[in-house]
Design a protein around this ligand. Structure first.
Ligand SMILES: O=C(O)CCC(=O)C(=O)O
Ligand SMILES: [Fe+2]
Length: 295
């Protein structure tokens, strides 16, 4: 959790209000921003009432790319301006954290920035709406997953629901007002050769109050091939094997989003140990893919 981050409180509440305004639009207006493919810059949709393998998911979403090129839905009025400002401010916080993380790994502060070309880094705005659910025990907002990027900075409207897995148990996460919850993503795990682990998390629903969360994902540039930092693999104590094979971030995104969301199964595909038995293959988008479940 990050406090004292410098992003004004009124910007946090305006962006949450702006997203609520989007979800409150009439269905046909939201349809204009539906999108289809995982790399469409704006996508929205619902998984409320959809049964995927006996589990009911209860969530509407809006996702749009905000960097290196800024996109935003044109409705409701004002959302585009607020989301531009919010995205820029949060991006600065994320870059600051990545500088500290680089240093914590014994690397130069600018290491991650340079190695993964963060000037062109993919930043994705994901708004989630979890309406009140009559039978929350039968439904889930988002199933267990890890985020694909480096760091996700999350805010929500004061209604709890996020859980992370810690020592095999699901733990409720409550943030202080106006703070950012920070989840480490798969690409930080890969780059750090497992020194940082991506966080397995899920979102629960409730019967009393509608929850809104905004997850801002910060990833490498789409054409960065990410593998463990070589500097971390050689030391005076000897060489450490690379635990993951390199993959282009764009291919990883497509791989993750064209498969059913299932814990950290996408990361498992690039683990070196799994390569003895399976090959990493990138989908061709012709299958029955549900890309709505993952950020
Ligand atoms: O709603 C939440 O708290 C979690 C959202 C999330 O994990 C995501 O959008 O990837
Ligand atoms: Fe997530």
């Amino acid at each position: 959790m990050v406090i004292n981050h410098g992003v004004p409180e009124n910007l946090l509440s305006s962006i949450l209000d702006g997203c609520k305004g989007f979800f409150d639009l009439p269905e046909e207006e939201k349809q204009e921003f539906k999108g289809n493919h995982v790399l469409d810059p704006i996508r929205s949709g619902t998984s409320c009432n959809v049964s995927v393998e006996k589990a009911f998911y209860w969530r509407d979403f809006l996702k749009f790319f905000v960097h290196p090129v800024f996109y935003s839905p044109t409705k409701p009025a004002g959302l585009s301006e607020i989301s531009l400002e919010y995205s820029q401010r949060v991006r600065e916080v994320a870059r600051g954290l990545l500088k500290g993380i680089s240093e914590s790994l014994g690397l130069e502060g600018s290491y991650i920035d340079k190695a993964l070309n963060l000037e062109q880094g993919k930043q994705i705005f994901v708004a989630n709406l979890y309406p009140t659910c009559p039978q929350p025990e039968l439904a889930m907002g988002l199933p267990p997953h890890s985020d694909h990027g480096l760091l996700t900075l999350l805010i929500y409207n004061g209604i709890g629901g996020l859980q992370i897995q810690h020592e095999g148990k699901w733990v409720n996460v409550c943030a202080l007002p106006n703070s950012f919850l920070v989840n480490t993503g798969d690409h930080l795990e890969i780059l750090s050769n497992g020194r940082y682990k991506s966080v397995l998390h899920r979102a629960m629903v409730n019967s009393k109050a509608t929850r809104i969360s905004i997850a801002m994902i910060h990833g490498p540039s789409l054409d960065s091939v990410v593998s463990p930092a070589t500097e971390l693999l050689v030391s005076s104590k000897g060489n450490e094997p690379a635990a993951y094979v390199g993959m282009k971030y764009k291919d990883y995104l497509e791989l993750q989003q064209s498969n059913k969301l299932d814990g950290k199964s996408c990361l498992d595909r690039v683990r070196s140990s799994s390569l003895a038995t399976a090959s990493v293959c990138v989908p061709n988008h012709e299958g029955n893919n549900d890309t709505s479940m993952i950020s």
